[in-house]
Design a protein around this ligand. Structure first.
Ligand code: FAD
Length: 438
């Protein structure tokens, strides 16, 4: 199938095959090294349709690459990757909306909107792509003040598997629009998204450092403070491992007050500075884009991962604190406090249906070569009590190759509804390499 002449006849889009120089650069994604049979790099929606036609004709499962920067990115062995890199524009429109190409990164979006005093709620990492977040969720610095990225999505320009270029919005294809906001890449290939931005010339935020000594006490007091905090305040607890340079592991609260009134922001943040275990802080009024920071690439070693939504009751706090503070190996862990605008969205309004959880917990433990088996077992063991107390998963934090997670990502009624949309828009399941709804 992969004879270049046959492929060339089918599309004008750039085609990369194993051995081509560009293939090496694009074949892998954050989640792992890939060896797709062919990579197609369209630069127009029509060429996206041609790529889908090629895949159908040759029976190749499709994966779509926007930022390529996610746990749920798919390396797609033997399949056809549609690399959307050419769709990377950010356009502020006269009507106040922002139209963004799927392969722009959230760092690029923040930079482009800063001169306009605008922001789109997104993830907190610069390199993550628009496509994966806009179709999957988008939990970031403004989750309590504005909500998820899918909550500010107004329209999706999409190429369907049968080659139609359509726009899904509340007014046009509303059921598809519902499914696209949380249902991931199951229903077509998105080229552009229209968002409703927030006006936010600056935020008040930064980092509050905390110690590991009595982490459970710190986290409990943090939770209590968050239960009283204004919606403008979004805070994530983050623990990072020791560095090869010898720098010790760190724990911090990453803080964003979504307002440019420094006095109001500092007043909202003040209770956090009084928490037990605080050892320092760097809070300032700053552009939102400064908080959308680069994430270090993970070491290329096996990992033990865990994630889930939970109520942050004392049992969960204790289990999480113990998994983080007592585990002796290198690990990254986070607890994102939710509520506010995130929870006010009707669970049936978008396919991102888990809205009542108090926190989103995450941990990945790295197992470098030479890790003793007992430490690897301890990595599993320490997360088990947390896992037992979580009630659902955020799809964008879950590896796409694990179908068992589908029932954790979507409540039964949501999954049924998503299946109906899948049957209508991709009955042959051409878009199979994702959190596949079949
Ligand atoms: C370091 C790091 C930090 C992160 N931080 C956050 C965070 O703060 N908040 C948060 O919510 N998430 C975060 N994530 C997770 C992130 O939301 C997802 O992994 C996201 O899917 C990545 O999007 P992408 O476009 O870069 O990846 P891609 O691999 O390009 O896309 C991921 C999947 O989305 C689908 N998809 C992407 N584009 C399209 C399209 N145009 N049409 C159809 N389907 C498409 C495909 O199924 C694809 O496999 C983080 C991930 C990493 C690795």
């Amino acid at each position: 199938m992969t004879e270049l002449t046959a492929l060339r006849r089918a599309t004008d889009a750039e085609i990369l095959l194993p051995g081509d120089a560009g293939y090496e650069e694009v074949r892998s994604v954050y989640a792992g090294a890939g060896d797709p049979a062919v990579i197609v790099r369209p630069s127009t929606p029509e060429q996206v349709a041609e790529a889908l036609g090629l895949a159908r004709e040759h029976g190749l499962p499709v994966s779509v690459r926007s930022g390529g920067h996610g746990a749920n990115s798919f390396p797609n062995p033997g399949g056809l990757v549609i690399d959307m890199a050419a769709f990377d524009t950010v356009e502020v429109r006269g009507d106040g909306t922002v139209r963004v190409g799927t392969a722009a990164t959230w760092g690029e979006v923040a930079d482009a909107l800063a001169p306009h005093g605008l922001v789109i709620t997104s993830g907190d990492t610069r390199e993550v792509g628009v496509g994966g977040i806009a179709l999957g969720g988008g939990v970031g610095w403004l989750v309590r003040s504005v909500g998820l990225t899918v909550d500010v999505l107004e329209a999706v320009e999409l190429v369907t598997v049968d080659g139609r270029c359509i726009t899904a919005s509340a007014a046009s294809e509303p059921e598809l629009f519902w499914a696209l906001r949380g249902g991931g890449g199951n229903f077509g290939v998105a080229t552009h998204f229209t968002f409703r931005p927030a006006s936010l010339p600056a935020v008040v935020g930064g980092r509050i450092e905390v110690g590991f000594d009595d982490l459970a006490a710190t986290l409990r007091a943090w939770r209590d403070a968050m239960r009283l905090a204004p919606d403008e305040l979004s805070v994530t607890f983050l623990a990072l491992p020791a560095l090869p340079s010898g720098a010790p592991r760190t724990a911090q609260l990453l803080v964003c007050y979504a307002g440019d009134d420094e006095e109001a922001g500092r007043a909202a943040i003040a209770p956090l500075l009084e928490l037990p275990g605080v050892t320092g802080s760097q809070i300032a009024r700053r552009p939102y884009g400064e908080l959308v920071a680069s994430a270090a690439a993970p070491p290329p070693v096996p990992v033990v991962g865990g994630e889930g939504f939970a109520d942050f009751d004392d049992e969960v706090v204790d289990a999480f604190a113990s998994a983080v503070a007592d585990y002796a190996g290198p690990a990254v862990a986070s607890a994102r406090y939710l509520g506010g605008a995130f929870s006010r969205i009707d669970p049936e309004a978008t396919a991102f249906a888990i809205r009542e959880a108090e926190v989103l917990l995450f941990r990945v433990a790295f197992l470098p070569p030479g890790t003793p088996p007992e430490l690897a077992e301890a990595a599993e063991e320490s997360w088990r009590p947390v896992r037992a107390r979580t009630t659902g998963s955020y799809g964008n934090f879950v590896e796409a190759s694990d179908p068992a997670h589908l029932a954790r990502i979507y409540p039964p009624a949501t999954l049924e509804r998503l299946r109906a949309v899948k049957r209508a828009f991709d009955p042959e399941n051409l878009l199979a390499r994702n959190h596949n709804i079949v």
